[in-house]
Write a protein of this length. Structure first.
Length: 268
């Protein structure tokens, strides 16, 4: 009986995600800090004048610009969540085929064709439905805190994309608010056993020890609020998605090992 040969490179997925997240973080940071520096871009030799009645103050235009930058940034990084989930779906459906073959079932081309259709169907599902499918698979799991983070990040993305960043009823995640959760890197200085927040530049006469640790951050928005994050927030949110991708890869490795599949050391 012909056996399927399996070579899974989960590290390659993490590399792709890491590159895309770094790119998005750089673009958003550049946009929120005032855009490109240097000479002005050459303007095309024609112009179009719009008559939509739009009238903004400088403050209103600045606020809309920040929302536009964040909308595009969140769109890019939230799409990477789906990329991770779709990769996981492909791996888990492959595991299922391997299990059937190991049980003595003969697989033909129609099975692979059916798998392709399932992959296409999965691609069209919502993020919530994708997560539900994956979490229902044997031996596969994602830590609850990671699920909370990506669900809240996706909720912020939906608000930015569909309601111009103004929080509405459909955006609520916790009571009457939209609460976005992510992982940040907290820094403090310990002086004689007492920790104080690190706010550079700092001068400490008695010296001290710099301490850094991962910390869970949250930001709440009420109905009618405009979603806003700064450069550091966005960079940390992007890193949170990479940490989610790592958790998914770890879950895939665990599920594979439960089926007798071997992985190289330090694969994930």
């Amino acid at each position: 009986m012909h056996r399927l040969s399996v070579n899974l490179n989960l590290a390659a997925l993490l590399g792709r995600i890491n590159r895309a997240l770094e790119e998005a973080s750089r673009f958003v940071s550049r946009g929120l800090s005032g855009g490109a520096q240097g000479e002005a871009t050459e303007v095309a030799p024609f112009s179009i004048e719009f008559k939509s009645g739009l009238s903004w103050s400088r403050e209103e235009e600045d606020s809309a610009w920040r929302s536009w930058i964040l909308k595009n940034g969140f769109r890019d990084i939230a799409e990477l969540i789906s990329v991770v989930l779709e990769e996981a779906h492909q791996v888990l459906t492959l595991y299922a085929l391997i299990g059937r073959q190991a049980a003595g079932e003969t697989l033909d081309a129609s099975e692979l064709s059916l798998r392709d259709k399932e992959i296409s169907k999965f691609h069209r599902q919502s993020l919530s439905d994708k997560l539900d499918w994956l979490l229902a698979q044997p031996d596969f799991s994602i830590p609850d805190e990671k699920l909370e983070e990506v669900r809240s990040i996706n909720a912020a993305r939906n608000c930015l994309g569909h309601r111009s960043g103004i929080v509405g009823e459909r955006d609520k995640t916790d009571g009457d608010r939209l609460v976005v959760k992510w992982l940040g890197l907290g820094t403090a200085v310990e002086v004689e056993g007492v920790e104080i927040p690190f706010e550079p530049p700092m001068y400490l006469e008695k010296g001290g020890t710099v301490i850094t640790r991962l910390t869970r951050r949250t930001k709440e928005f009420k109905i009618g609020d405009r979603i806003d994050f700064d450069q550091r927030d966005f960079s940390e949110i992007a890193w949170t998605i990479f940490a989610f991708a790592q958790a998914v890869a770890t879950g895939l490795e665990h599920a594979g090992k439960a089926r007798g599949i071997n992985f190289p050391e330090a694969q994930v």
